[in-house]
Design a protein around this ligand. Structure first.
Ligand code: PEP
Ligand code: MG
Length: 401
């Protein structure tokens, strides 16, 4: 029933106005699925390769489609993704592009779900999944590679950990975003928005901590449940070997100073989440920080692990982090992403499913987070390409997908 009968690939826009790959998968019994690849800006050194959209499309048409159309069933995700890997032949999807691979992988999953008449999260996670919902981490203030002349730390993320429902959590994050707007206006601080819709004021990181803290406290009082916050430091973007450490506007921190700085911030602000606090090549420093604060907060590897089971295995052996960020396009297929999640779970690491800074209206990650019982999803707070996922979570919770 789910035999793939046609795949169509086209170039469409992402949220930055760049070209990305959209895939349509059709099946024998009329099933249909559409997937779109997102795109990173602060990409990890070890990510799968994104090719220019036209090149990825041309290569996938030549190499991948003959192995899929009339050959593989969309309902069998492992077969679809194995065919994509075989068609590519490299370790990092540098032949057909991780952007073509992930778009086809997600489109096939949706076509499989369509034929089965099941919501995507149920097709991916099985019938016993879907009663636990992730807490959305909302990007509220940001800089780094996502906005010029703003904070050094890439993302300050609201975490409505006490919300009684996904719906309440989503609205709480939007309220924190609005509250920060008001605080910035009171302080006469003009601010545009970064790539993910976070405010990008020209303030020091210390001032951003203060503003976030004030905003989450105000909104927590209004909403009547606990809201804290977390960070994506994007440490690999700050680290410069030639400078001997992490380069901030107010000076360079050695690795030891960076560990101390992050540990102090975890204590001071009760941070629940710290992503990429250190460089992507420094398992040892991740392990030191995890030793210090790992019982208080999630120490999450994004550029460190790049959704890759081999890098996660190395991290587990080193005691680096206690959490992994899951970005399907970082590795190329849903199978690879789920393998990373399963390895993480077996080893007591939490999985946090994530968007990219360049996004589309695609909602697959909302379903993936529910399908895998992820405790958190990172998918922004405002902006159409972000609310596409947040609103889908509300629908999933309301049994309306
Ligand atoms: C979402 C992120 O940014 P990008 O997509 O630019 O890697 C991130 O670093 O977690
Ligand atoms: Mg990150």
């Amino acid at each position: 029933m789910t035999l793939i009968t046609d795949i169509r690939l086209r170039r469409v826009l992402d949220s930055r106005g760049n070209a990305t790959v959209e895939a349509d998968v059709l099946t024998e019994s009329g099933g249909f699925g559409r997937g779109k690849a997102p795109s990173g800006a602060s990409t990890g050194e070890y990510e799968a390769i994104e090719l220019p959209a036209q090149e990825a499309i041309a290569n996938a048409r030549d190499d991948a489609l003959p192995r899929l159309v009339g050959e593989v069933h969309a309902g069998n995700q492992r077969d679809v993704d194995a065919a994509l890997r075989a068609a590519d032949g490299s370790d990092d999807f540098s032949e057909i592009g991780a952007n073509s691979a992930v778009a086809i992988s997600m489109a096939a999953a949706k076509a499989g779900a369509d034929v089965l008449g099941a919501p995507l999260f149920q097709h991916l996670g099985g019938t016993f999944r879907g009663n636990e919902y992730p807490t959305p981490l909302g990007n509220i203030i940001g800089g780094g590679e996502h906005a010029a002349d703003a904070t050094n730390i890439q993302e300050f993320l609201a975490a409505p950990v006490g919300a009684p429902s996904v719906e309440d959590a989503v609205f709480a994050n939007a309220a924190v975003h609005q509250e920060v707007h008001d605080i910035l206006a009171e302080r006469d601080l003009p601010a545009g928005k970064g790539d993910e819709g976070a405010w990008a004021p020209s303030v020091s990181d210390d001032e951003a901590f203060e503003i976030m803290n004030e905003a989450v406290e105000t909104v927590a009082d209004d909403f009547g449940f606990a809201i804290t916050f977390g960070l994506d430091v994007a440490g690999a973007e700050l680290y410069d070997d030639d400078e001997g450490g992490y380069v901030y506007d107010d000076g360079v921190k050695s690795t030891e100073e960076q560990i101390e700085y992050i540990a102090e911030k975890v204590e001071e602000y009760d941070l629940v989440y710290v992503e990429d606090p250190l460089d992507e090549n420094d398992y040892e420093a991740f392990a030191d920080l995890t030793d210090r604060v790992g019982d208080q907060t999630l120490v999450c590897g994004d550029d460190l692990f790049v959704t890759n089971v081999e890098r996660l295995e190395a991290g587990i052996a080193a005691g680096a982090g206690n959490s992994i960020l899951i970005k399907p396009n970082q590795i190329g297929t849903l199978t690879d992403a789920v393998d990373a999640i399963e390895l993480a779970t077996r080893n007591g690491y939490e999985s946090v499913v994530s968007h990219r800074s360049g996004e589309t209206e695609d909602t697959t990650i909302a379903h993936l987070a529910v399908a895998t019982d992820a405790p958190f999803i990172k998918t922004g707070a405002v902006g159409g390409e972000r609310t596409a996922k947040l609103n889908e979570l509300i629908r999933i919770e309301d049994n309306a997908v």
